[in-house]
Every structure is written in C-alpha cells, then in structure tokens.
Write a protein that binds this ligand. Sequence first.
Ligand SMILES: [Zn+2]
Length: 203
Amino acid sequence: MRWGSLMIAKRKGQGAARGKARDGVAPIGTRPSRPKPRYCIVCGTKLRPIREHGVRRMACPRCGFIAYRNPVPACGVIVMRSGEVLLAKRAHEPRRGSWGIPAGFMEYGEHPERTAVREAKEETGLIVRLSGLFGVYAGRDDPRTRAVLILYRAKIVRGRLKAGDDASEVGFFALDRLPKPIAFRAHREALGDLRRMERRKSR
Ligand SMILES: [Zn+2]
C-alpha cells in the first residue's frame, strides 16, 4: 500500500512541533532518559566518547562499534466511529492509567503499516484496514526514549472491542469529551489536529 506525494503535501504542516498542548491538558513532562550504554554490545569493551560530525557519541575503541542513539518509531491508528475516536487506557508504565491512541513501537524488520495494524488488534481486539496517513509526530516526553509517532487513519474490518495486551480499557470518545489524562504530548497534538479536521468537516 502506498500513498503518494499528494497525501504528504496535503498533510504538510500538521503534526509540526508545538510549544504546548492546545487541548488544555498540561504536559506531564518526564524528560526522556534512556540510559547511555557503557559497554560495547559486540565485544564488551568499555565505550569511550567520540565526536562524529559534531555529535558526541559513545564508541568502542576496540572494534569500532558506535552506539547511536536514535528515536524509536512507533505506529498507531486513528479509528473513528460515529464521530468518536478510539482510545486505549494504558495498563503498564510509563503513564499507566492514562489514555492514548492505539499505538506501539515497531519491531525490527517490521513495516510501519503492519505495526499499526498489529497494535490496533493487540490493544483493542479490532481488525483494521489502513486508509491513509494521518500524520507524523515527534515523541519527546516518553521516559523510555525519544520516539517518532506515525499515525494512519484506519477503518474497522471486524473484531469485537476488547482491551488486551497493554490496554486495561478501550472505548470510543467524543473529541470534545476526551478522557484525561492523555499519556503523551504527541498523542495530544494528534488529537488536537483530529478535532480541528473534524470541526472543519462539519462546518
Ligand atoms: Zn567493541
């Protein structure tokens, strides 16, 4: 499945970095603090700091391995039903008990679209079909890592709504009556964009 540059152009500007959440929910504000690796995962030698293209990285003086710190991609789905959006309550830390768009981290070698469909099924019990790219957001406040949140629009194909895996509750919510708190800033930004889009559509 591919979406052309038209879709990208149409979506440009959405999901851009913003200074603060616009839905009135204050950011929870835990700084990402993934521990820095100290030893080489290839040969076990103690890593030493180097500078590469002006960026400080930890590298192995013996085998040359460089421990890059890159954001981790996460994928999820925007599913609407009768004007309401599908959300899942987090069953585990971080942000246990807060709500989010069904989404999760990509497995190595997995296609982002597959991640999105898999996470929807695991968390909500619903089999969905993706219908287009919704937006891409920077994840800055997940304490585990910096992330890139890729969200697709999706439609329900079949399945019964049932919380599973990382979710303790699932449900559809009116965009002006979302449950609180929403777990991550990227999710709040996406829901803000969704609300603006739906408002524009209903005018
Ligand atoms: Zn090494």
